[in-house]
Design a protein around this ligand. Structure first.
Ligand code: XMP
Length: 322
């Protein structure tokens, strides 16, 4: 709508002015995750300071299938920006070895992420600023509502940050909700494919693998997840759903394959409708679609014997399973 468009143009103009003032002639490092928030963050900063921006994509090994390739293709092509891709899968998986507590996973990932950034920064010219795609719910949910109770969770972008980092932070989307971030992205001229991607959490598959995170479990989940997304796209409902993904449970369940009893992994498929991730309803997807997702995952992903569909709404059930 025209009025909204003007509002988002106004937001962009004033952020661009602010970023220019704060950054001056210094350099900014921006993490790209492949998600909407970091993409829009990079785009707005690029608009403000052009080639003073360098983007870094850290492949944590906890990403979706082919994510590293997609991110480097899209951002090198579309952003025409200086993009450094770092493969840190081994480091992340070894840091996560034996870690099962979700909050501990978040801290481990958040800290290592920043360290990898600092190392990249030190290898190149001086960077003074770190840009992050923190959005409003990240901030709200990381701060105890009454100042006493535990925060809902430590967000990778917020609570996971180590106290001593070598950068000043720039977070241009800090006061926006996801639908606003998308409008800003479209207004900035980003493609719909990027802007309407489902949200993906900073700690990635680590919060969708319950129990220990291993390469094998990441690979299993990646394949299952990719099938689910493919089926949603084939059915033409990907954009009707706020977020859809698979979760790998730390339990096995029996199946009969070739007349033999075999214990396999249980995968959960979650799809939710939401406006801002603060509340969410499970998506009433057609049975036919659920059936094809289930058939394909069980037949095509080695070691998966059972698929569940999560019919819990938020609150109280969060979108991620942790
Ligand atoms: P929950 O699970 O709290 O998630 O209902 C709300 C939204 O936030 C996403 N999410 C994250 N995003 N870093 C992020 O950048 C995180 O640590 C994180 N944890 C959850 C989640 O995918 C959902 O869209």
């Amino acid at each position: 709508m025209d009025k909204d468009f003007k509002d988002f143009m106004g937001f962009i103009t004033s952020e661009v002015r602010h970023i220019k003032e704060v950054v001056g002639n210094k350099r900014v490092l921006c993490g790209l995750s492949g998600g909407v928030d970091s993409a829009v963050t990079a785009a707005i900063i690029q608009k403000a300071i052009g080639n003073q921006l360098t983007c870094v994509f850290v492949d944590t090994g906890l990403m979706r299938l082919n994510e590293a390739a997609v991110v480097s293709d899209v951002f090198r092509e579309q952003f025409k920006t200086d993009l450094i891709a770092v493969n840190a899968e081994d480091r992340f998986l070894s840091a996560l070895k034996g870690v099962t507590d979700p909050e501990k996973k978040r801290k481990v990932i958040g800290e290592l992420f920043i360290r990898v950034f600092e190392e990249e920064a030190k290898k190149r010219e001086e960077f003074d600023f770190l840009a992050q795609g923190t959005i409003s719910p990240d901030v709200i949910e990381s701060v105890p509502a009454d100042g006493q109770s535990a925060a809902v969770k430590s967000h990778h972008n917020v609570g996971g940050l180590p106290e001593k980092m070598g950068f000043k932070l720039i977070e241009p989307l800090r006061n926006l909700f996801k639908d606003e971030v998308r409008e800003v992205g479209i207004t900035l001229g980003l493609s719909e494919e990027i802007v309407y991607r489902h949200p993906f959490p900073g700690p990635g598959l680590a919060v969708r693998i319950l129990g220990e995170v291993t390469k094998e479990r990441c690979d299993t989940l990646r394949l299952a997840d990719n099938i689910a997304v493919e089926e949603l796209k084939n059915a033409g409902v990907y954009r009707d759903v706020w977020q859809a993904f698979c979760v790998l449970l730390p339990v096995s369940s029996v199946g009969v394959i070739g007349g033999e009893r075999r214990y396999g992994n249980v995968v959960v498929f979650r799809a939710v409708n939401s406006k801002d991730a603060m509340t969410a309803e499970w998506s009433r997807l057609p049975y036919k679609l659920l059936a094809s997702i289930s058939d394909r995952i069980i037949n095509e992903v080695n070691g998966v014997s059972r698929l569940m569909y999560d019919i819990s709404s938020k609150p109280p059930a969060t979108i991620e399973w942790e």
